[in-house]
Write a new protein. Structure first.
Length: 124
């Protein structure tokens, strides 16, 4: 049986997934446009690259949210998939689709040589 708190997280996750899915419809931003002006051509290419990175990030977040919703169904939501310890409530409030506790997330980032600047700050 799901706790009220877990049900609330499931609603937040479902809403976020719907929001991201609707935002991903803006694929027209990646249309290839050409211009006789070299500078404008470079700007269009840069805008297209940014749009592609944004779509990729949103798609990745959608997959993470879907995995979190599966953990809700499996009744393993809020448990670190690495060390099986409870994920802190503050962390889940900031990143409700978090699969790792702060300690495991930081260890993963150190292994990858990633200082984490591109991600949201981790909450304990």
């Amino acid at each position: 049986m799901l706790t009220t708190e877990t049900q609330q997280f499931a609603r937040v996750l479902t809403d976020k997934l719907a929001e991201l899915t609707n935002q991903r419809q803006g694929r027209d931003r990646i249309a290839i446009e050409t211009s006789p002006d070299e500078v404008e051509e470079c700007l269009l290419a840069a805008e297209r690259d940014i749009a592609l990175m944004d779509l990729g990030r949103k798609a990745s977040t959608c997959r993470e949210i879907q995995a979190a919703l599966q953990r809700v169904q499996d009744e393993s939501f809020g448990i670190c998939t690495s060390c099986e310890r409870e994920i802190g409530q503050r962390r889940l409030q900031v990143i409700p689709w978090a699969a790792l506790c702060v300690r495991c997330q930081e260890a993963l980032e150190r292994e990858d040589g990633n200082d984490g600047d591109q991600f949201l700050p981790l909450a304990a």
